[in-house]
Ligand binder design. Sequence first.
Ligand code: GLU
Length: 503
Amino acid sequence: MRVRFAPSPTGHLHVGNARTALFNWLLARGQGGTFVLRLEDTDEVRSTVTSADGILEDLRWLGLDWDEGPDKGGAFGPYRQTERLDHYRGYAARLMADGHAYHCFCSPADLEAQREVALREGRTPQYAGTCRALDPAASRARVEAGEPAAIRFRVPARDAVTFTDLVRGPITTDIGMIGDFVLIRQNGLPAYNFAVVVDDVEMRISLVVRGEDHVPNTPRQCLLYEALGVAPPQFAHLSLVLGPDHAPLSKRHGASSVGEFRARGILPEALVNYLALLGWSPGQGEELVPVEELARRFRVQDVTRSAGVFDPDKLAWMNRHYVKAAEPSRIAALLVPHLRAAGVIGEPAPGKSDLDAFLLACVPLIAGTVDQLADAPERLRPVFETPRPAATVEHLAAEGAEAARAGREVVVAFAQELSGRPRLTRETFREAAQQVRQRTGQKGRALFHPIRLALTGADSGPELDLLVPAIEAGAQVQAGAGLAPVVGCRERAAICAAALLGA
Ligand code: GLU
């Protein structure tokens, strides 16, 4: 099996196209096939190198590696259409020699005028056939004399063209709907329908999996295969990816490109797993399925015809799962750009950049709780924000005189307990709390709520077991390492105890 992904480098990689790439990749990897990457860059105005580089980068990030492509070559290259112009010219010459194509001298202005008339009269615009019957020898002479000419396909005289789509079943198109279409434009560049057929033939593609926006092109492509005397590949057209309002997923819905999800801190394995389930199911009600297993089970015949509706909540759920399952040091490193963006990590002084222990201590606070790593700074706010003691005093007072008295006793005992201790770990925090319990006789909420207030100034927040080690790791970061200052637990407790005793 040889499959391909053939993006036009005219923008960012949309998640719908990423899903197309993924389905091709799953087929190749699951069935011992070859995955070809081809850049369809013949749109002179809209194609950019930046876009092409970005698409390759996004595919690599997703882990969708290719066997043949513009950067690595292969037996059927080149894999960038603008480097294949001689191939298209050769095939066009062959089609002309066989009478399947002809030179067309109609000017763009004439063609546009014909189009407008058709639209005004309520007809589908179609080439009128003006140059269809010109004498080939006379046409050749005009071209040699320098007259600009396009090359058009001569659509055969018959009723219909049919192909069987692996997802959508047989699709028949009335040939009357298809006018003689352009193969090579006046500027010498191939039209999409022609280039794609020449490339799929030459690259020995056996199955074309692409978006349903290409269904109307396929009958034309089938006619070209026929004229070239080559059996067409199999076709499978995937439904569009829609937003929750059932309009095609776009910027309006928030993130719609792979790069945006990446920037938000969605892990590639989460996006891959999520996209695989848009319009396909691995079966047995399973949803969290590793990519190798997805490849093993994927069959294009099982893809649904109905549109895939993008569900951000489900992606968030999957991402929470994969962040939790990931190696903590990987998540620690991925946190850096987000903490930088939030302004809590800045430039380190030379030789003082070691934030590893701190970042690692933050991971348990993040893993399984944030939807995307971009939400980490908000989750880590209690680490960086030193509580105002007045807030704690107020919170305790609001609980009534007796609770306030007991709470004050807990905070004071906690401050005393910490004053003689080194920075806390998860274990020594538990020990310290145990000591406070013994000294004050308070337990459960009566014990931990005042401690939470002393450390964060808030009624609720992350589990103290996880928060305390992160605060302590932050307090131990060397000055100059670029981290916003973090006040340690000992100091927080002492400030709060002093305020309560003074209140
Ligand atoms: N270049 C086309 C696109 O980006 C895909 C062509 C194809 O898969 O046949 O939509």
